[in-house]
Design a protein around this ligand. Structure first.
Ligand SMILES: C[S@@+](CC[C@H](N)C(=O)[O-])C[C@H]1O[C@@H](n2cnc3c(N)ncnc32)[C@H](O)[C@@H]1O
Length: 295
């Protein structure tokens, strides 16, 4: 098992995008290894609330009076800010998805490279595991998850294979799923897509992102910044349309003169990691940074 919890992607670009104000109130909704949170504090933030739904992230706690850890799903952002008496924030960062820690911990079941129970919950106290999903969803529902969240072109065939296999024996472990899917072991990109799709469904990642985006829009002060790092096209499309329009439908409203009435001004429109960073940290290859300022 790796001892590195996580290497933050596009650290410099993200902190630059947040334009940290001394004494401003900031939220990092995806604490993980705390690399971004530490940099936000170093840049002079007055107060930082860091969310993570995974209790393991607390291993990386920061010893700083300005810092508060919130062990929760970020979909409850608004409730937590109310709880702490925070009406407005100066900036918010979301570095979406899972950390290296998740992939590198065999027993969490996120990786098809290790034999483990088919779990994939970021929040270990959540009820539903990946095994529950592959054994209970209908073939049609499974195909939809694989198509939407894994962008698997052969989603119907894979779903059919999984349903056939589970009729013989319940799918309990990562290797059971690999065998059931009938994706050859050398097709590691396809297997990664299959595991990604299930992970997104287990953790309701799209639902949580939608709720958090709306709360963030309403909490940001005029001039406040929102910086989001996405890692796959579906979440990136949602974030892109939300920041362009200010709503989840992506409907751009214009005034009489044709000016966009979005509450956001776009600052970074999908910046990617530099070749040097990708060489140093290959997992930053799929990162896209979007930054906007509240008008
Ligand atoms: C890519 S890592 C963040 C890494 C972090 N920026 C760093 O510098 O180490 C994403 C983290 O967000 C957490 N996470 C993902 N979705 C979440 C959600 N809906 N609510 C709370 N935490 C979430 C994961 O548990 C993981 O630790």
């Amino acid at each position: 098992m790796s001892t590195v919890y996580h290497i933050p992607a596009m650290l410099h670009e993200t902190i630059e995008g947040l334009a940290i104000k001394p004494d401003g109130v900031y939220v990092d909704v995806t604490f993980g290894g705390g690399g971004h949170s530490r940099a936000i504090l170093q840049a002079g933030a007055g107060k930082l609330y860091s969310f993570d739904q995974d209790a393991d992230a607390l291993q990386n706690a920061i010893d700083d009076d300005r810092w508060t850890f919130v062990h929760s799903n970020f979909r409850y952002l608004r409730n937590w800010m109310d709880y702490y008496g925070i009406e407005q924030i100066d900036g918010l960062l979301a570095d979406l998805g899972v950390s290296f820690h998740h992939f590198d911990c065999p027993e969490r079941g996120f990786s098809f490279r290790f034999s483990a129970p088919l779990d994939m919950r970021m929040n270990q106290t959540a009820k539903r595991t990946a095994a529950d999903i592959v054994n209970s969803y209908s073939e049609e529902e499974l195909a939809k998850v694989l198509y939407l969240y894994g962008e698997m072109k052969n989603s119907r065939l894979i779903a059919k294979n999984i349903c056939r296999a589970r009729a013989q024996k319940r799918i309990e472990r990562t290797e059971d799923l690999v065998a059931a899917s009938r994706i050859p072991a050398e097709m590691s990109k396809e297997l990664a897509r299959l595991f990604q799709a299930l992970r997104i469904e287990v953790n309701d990642e799209m639902g949580a992102l939608r709720e958090m985006l709306v709360a963030a829009r309403d909490l940001l002060k005029p001039g406040g910044r929102i910086a989001i790092l996405t890692y796959h096209s579906l979440e990136d499309r949602l974030v892109k349309n939300f920041l362009r329009s200010g709503n989840l439908e992506g409907t751009i409203e214009k005034d009489f003169y044709g000016n966009n009435l979005s509450p956001f001004e776009l600052i970074e429109k999908g910046r990617e990691a530099s070749p040097e960073e990708v060489a140093r940290n290959p997992r930053s290859r799929s990162a896209k940074l979007r930054v906007a300022a509240k008008r």
